[in-house]
Ligand binder design. Sequence first.
Ligand code: SAM
Length: 255
Amino acid sequence: MYHFFVDENSILGDEIIITGSDYNHAVNVLRLKNGERIMVSDESGTDYYCTVGDPDGNELRVHIEEKSEENHELPARVVLYQSLPKSDKMELIIQKATELGVTDIVPVESRNCIMKLEPKKVASKIARWQSIAEAAAKQSKRSVIPAVHDPMTFVEAVKRAEEESSVRIIPYEDERGMTGMCEAIISFLPGSDIAVFVGPEGGYDKIEIRHAMNHGIKPVSLGKRILRAETAAISILSLIMIRLEIALENGLKEE
Ligand code: SAM
């Protein structure tokens, strides 16, 4: 079943109006037929099962058959602050992070990043990454498309995480022992707002880690092996996702 995402003002009573690039995709690419069923999600994460009507110029009206109460989103906001990895690894990380339920992805330019985004290419890069997030959200039946933000420096990212998130961790390759990780896992609860930092191939600089700790971001170990950046992102986000799903099912929530 094809899946579209609309903003809430496209929903008029028991109809949803599809316009713009989604109209073109539905009518000219997918050639959806009258009566065909599709899924539409609005920005609040509500899903609607709809039947397609007839296209009318530049809008396609679909009729809402059923509003789904089942929410496919994690019960907490999860923000991935990913230091820019080499080549197209960021695309893999964005795809997997989307499947694993993140709500925001922030590209971070930290000291040891090999990849540098040229200012004139940033907009097209972010647009590409956002389209990857949208495709992964559709595939994984997310109700919300994660937002891919403009790149920021490590210091800017730390400031944003401190202002926005109640739980803040930085998987650090030189962190020893699992105590920090154990404490962090306990804080992954429904209703929390979780910020996760993952470094680039070159890892984090000690000065960066000290700066993060001074702003309440807890270094944690992912074990004794050195994981690739994409493996580290997938590992920690999987852990957060599973812990949140279990906590939700057991009625646990952030105090
Ligand atoms: N250049 C570093 C080195 O050789 O020690 C490796 C950096 S690793 C490729 C990229 C990022 O993944 C790290 O900055 C960290 O965020 C995360 N990571 C990888 N292995 C980890 C581990 N065992 N514990 C915590 N974080 C890890």
